[in-house]
Design a protein around this ligand. Structure first.
Ligand SMILES: [Zn+2]
Length: 356
């Protein structure tokens, strides 16, 4: 017979992780997950700029996430850094944390925080769809699952990314005199699109906007094969006919596009499921390719974790909270501020719009 009183073995989840203005605070562990303000100790899920910010005292993250922060912010982005690998376990205060692949971008992780008998998984951004540029999403059984909700409405079903790439390549074959400009977020999406194009058998050079050069080479240095890549800069307009160029989404609608012959504008994003969004942005060839789970992915993942309690953050919280509640799960929105969807937010760094 177990005589240990319940209050000793069980903690309320909110005693382990608590949403505060700086982010998700873990008091018994003395750290924050993906803090939006400078803190003493940060544990970071992945390299996108809304999750990985500079100025923290100590940062614990995967090597790839630390490298991406270094690339963006320079060597002194944090007081100290510590790299952790997938599956590795580290004790911080009274809390044990372990990193698991999130399938979102290279190096992205879900963070499992366990204290006493309670395990909370903060998934960061994640997707359960295949991606040749990063480790696949790993299902982690837990008591409380913290899920994103970027595409947390039933209307969002991403379909198969390979079919979208076939659409792009069919268009390239159909219009050999035109250039194809594919808007794709610089960290993760661009490299995934390139890898998918290669997988589809296209082996001609693929051109890059200058803002993508560093991060794309970083992916290659981590063993992600992307084939023959070249910079647009210095190319003659006529020589770009029949080619594919990847550029940050904002660059595909500005003066930078004048260097291309009669460009076909594409955009790779989960938002391209919404036709009005594509039209609004002047996108001729919408490609529904997302690095976030769609509605089916979110709900299947929540189910499979076995969590009895679900915390929903950044995106369409209400729909997902309602779905959970209808299934008898305890669910609540976290109302964290400061996280966005990378496809909607990327601006080209100053000075790179014309020359890159
Ligand atoms: Zn992200």
């Amino acid at each position: 017979m177990n005589l240990t009183p319940a209050y000793i073995t069980e903690m309320r989840p909110q005693d382990i992780l608590m949403p505060v203005p700086a982010g998700l605070c873990c008091k018994p562990g003395g750290f924050y997950i993906d803090p939006v303000r400078p803190v003493e100790r940060a544990v970071i899920t992945h390299g996108h700029s809304d999750h990985a910010r500079p100025g923290h005292g100590a940062v614990l993250a995967t090597q790839e996430t630390l490298d991406m922060m270094r690339l963006r912010y320079g060597d002194h982005f944090a007081g100290t850094t510590q790299a952790i690998t997938y599956g590795e376990q580290i004790k911080l205060g009274d809390v044990t944390i372990r990193f698991h692949p999130a399938g979102h971008v290279l190096g992205s992780a879900q963070i499992a925080a366990s204290c006493k008998d309670t395990c909370i998984v903060a998934s960061g951004d994640y997707k359960d769809a295949p991606d040749p540029t990063c480790a696949p999403f790993e299902l982690v059984p837990c008591d409380v699952f913290i899920t994103e909700a970027t595409f947390g409405l039933p209307v969002f079903r991403h379909g198969n990314a390979a079919d979208e790439i076939r659409k792009l390549l069919a268009s390239v074959a159909l219009f050999p005199e035109r250039a194809h400009l594919v808007g794709a977020y610089s960290l993760g999406k661009a490299q995934r699109v390139i890898a998918l194009i290669r997988k589809a058998g296209y082996d001609a050079p693929i051109y890059l906007h200058g803002a993508m050069e560093k991060i794309t080479h970083y992916y290659e240095s981590r063993g992600v094969a992307l084939g023959d890549l070249r910079l647009v800069k210095g190319m003659k307009k006529a020589d770009l006919a029949g080619t594919i160029t990847l550029a940050p989404p904002s660059a595909t609608s500005d003066i930078w596009t004048r260097r291309f012959p009669d460009p076909v504008t594409a955009f790779a994003s989960g938002w391209m499921r919404v036709r009005a969004r594509a039209r609004q942005r002047g996108v001729e060839l919408p490609l529904v390719i997302s690095d976030h789970a769609d509605w089916d992915g979110l709900t299947a993942t929540i189910d499979a974790t076995g969590a009895g309690e679900v915390w929903v953050t950044h995106g369409q919280e209400d729909g997902l909270v309602h779905w959970c509640t209808a299934r008898g799960l305890t669910a609540r929105p976290l109302d964290l501020v400061g996280y966005g969807d990378e496809d909607e937010g990327e601006a080209v760094p100053l000075g790179e719009d014309i020359e890159a």
